[in-house]
Design a protein around this ligand. Structure first.
Ligand SMILES: Cc1cc2nc3c(=O)[nH]c(=O)nc-3n(C[C@H](O)[C@H](O)[C@H](O)COP(=O)(O)OP(=O)(O)OC[C@H]3O[C@@H](n4cnc5c(N)ncnc54)[C@H](O)[C@@H]3O)c2cc1C
Length: 426
């Protein structure tokens, strides 16, 4: 093992160029907009704002891409964790269609931003949703039909068990091949967004944790450890960690620790057998397996998660699962293992809103943030620039609270998620 993580982003840090050191917040500064969080959401917001001519200061507690945005599976998904028919039933057709349009825009935006600012993130088209049982296969078929009929979405098609086996190298009941989905190298993308935002004039300060936000009239003051930023607007883009700064958000955001690993580069014969068309894969289980190949021919596999205490060594846990799916990898070592915190909501839809009229938040992408964060950042930027119409399309999605008060919430959420894991076994 090259490390159960020399850097918390595991393989992604080892395969990215190290950026130059950035400054920290150590004085009193003034900005039009202060963005908190240097993941995809905050970086995309800063980029759009700076390009629109706003004075932007972004505060990142660690370094750009330190959390989920630098550690994730890199998978670009179509739609939301709730199906479009489900959304239509819950929110009505008009709202569901608006949400669909935003998601499609987010996928196009990721591709455009990566092509412009981070071509080294190697965006690759193709995502297979692999059915782990017949019921899931049937649902995938119904979804494709619905999307084709009501949303004119034609980039996805069903694949039978044989074709699925040929495209993946592992057995499933069949699946959906979505050429509108895809995958990328997330840390390279995050760093490219940061470079783009800085080129446009944004100031990004690292090792600059925001400790509190104070609102007085039309001014907001973000206090750090050794300085503060006074700004007209504050955009909270801290995803799973939002409640640290805004305790009122705690009931709305749950945490799952997702475990990832990277093998050594696959020998050529295995490289041809596993994912020959280089699509990414996510299966239909509650505690899903998701995986893809890296551009240097490794299998990046994620397949287990934790809800409470992190195990000391996650590599054997993910490896055990990987070998159940790909037994032929027995002789290929796991070289990296790492984990990251996924911010999830009860509805599995992102949660956008306002803490006060000029303090906005966007979090809880529930495992689908690689694409959706790009629209999250863009909509927050639009709202801060005076056009909140599209931000409110997201903010109007009703948020639900996780059960339990401050003490019981975490064990209850952990128990519920663990129950899903058990359900997968049957
Ligand atoms: C292991 C893993 C695998 C995933 N796989 C996928 C996938 O394949 N496809 C997909 O679509 N989604 C996936 N996700 C989800 C996706 O990564 C996230 O939805 C997305 O990255 C969230 O981006 P963000 O910018 O909102 O938050 P983050 O990337 O979490 O960024 C928030 C930033 O805020 C900083 N911060 C926190 N508190 C403060 C503070 N007080 N002051 C200053 N800064 C602060 C953090 O250090 C962090 O850098 C995965 C997530 C994980 C963890």
């Amino acid at each position: 093992m090259k490390a159960s993580s020399a850097a918390p982003q595991g393989y992604y840090a080892a395969s990215s160029e190290t950026p130059a050191l950035r400054g920290a917040l150590n004085s009193d500064m003034r900005a039009d907009i202060c963005v908190i969080g240097g993941g995809f959401t905050g970086l995309t917001a800063a980029l759009h704002l700076a390009r629109a001519g706003a004075r932007v200061i972004l505060l990142e507690a660690e370094t750009v891409g330190f959390a989920a945005s630098g550690r994730n599976g890199g998978q670009i998904h179509t739609g939301y964790r709730m199906s479009q028919p489900g959304l239509e039933k819950w929110l009505g057709r008009v709202h569901a269609h608006d949400l669909w349009d935003l998601c499609e825009e987010s996928k196009a935006l990721v591709r455009a931003l990566a092509a412009e600012l981070a071509p080294e993130a190697n965006v690759t088209d193709g995502l297979i949703i692999a059915a782990h049982d017949r019921a899931a296969l049937r649902e995938l078929g119904e979804e494709i039909e619905h999307l084709s009929k009501h949303y004119s979405y034609s980039a996805a098609r069903m694949i039978d068990a044989n074709e699925t086996h040929r495209l993946i190298g592992a057995d499933y009941f069949g699946g959906k091949l979505d050429m509108g989905g895809g995958h990328l190298h997330p840390l390279r993308y995050a760093r490219g967004l940061a470079r783009g935002a800085e080129t446009a004039g944004a100031t990004i300060l690292e090792h600059s944790r925001a400790r509190s936000i104070e609102t007085s009239g039309k001014k907001n003051i973000v206090y750090g450890e050794s300085g503060k930023v006074t700004a007209d607007f504050v955009l909270l883009a801290t995803d799973a960690f939002s409640a640290d700064l805004a305790p009122e958000l705690a009931p709305y955001i749950g945490h799952v620790e997702s475990f990832m690993s990277a093998t050594a580069p696959l020998p050529p014969a295995l490289g041809e057998q596993i994912l020959p068309m280089n699509a990414a894969v996510a299966d239909t289980r509650h505690v899903l397996d998701y995986y893809r190949k890296s551009d240097d021919g490794r299998l990046l596999f994620a397949g287990r998660e934790g809800y409470w205490n992190l195990p000391a060594d996650i590599a054997p846990i993910v490896r055990r699962r990987m070998l159940q799916v790909f037994p032929m990898l027995k002789s290929v070592p796991t070289e990296y293992a790492w984990s990251g915190t996924v911010g999830i909501t009860v509805t599995r839809l992102p949660h956008f809103g306002r803490l006060s009229p000029r303090v906005l938040f966007a979090h809880g992408y529930s495992g689908q943030g690689v694409a959706l964060t790009s629209i999250g950042g863009k909509l927050m930027a639009e709202a801060a620039l005076g056009n909140s119409g599209r931000f409110d399309v997201m903010a109007r999605v009703p948020a639900k609270k996780f059960p339990g008060g401050p003490w019981l919430r975490k064990p209850l959420v952990a128990a519920a998620l663990f129950a899903f894991k058990i359900a997968d076994a049957f």
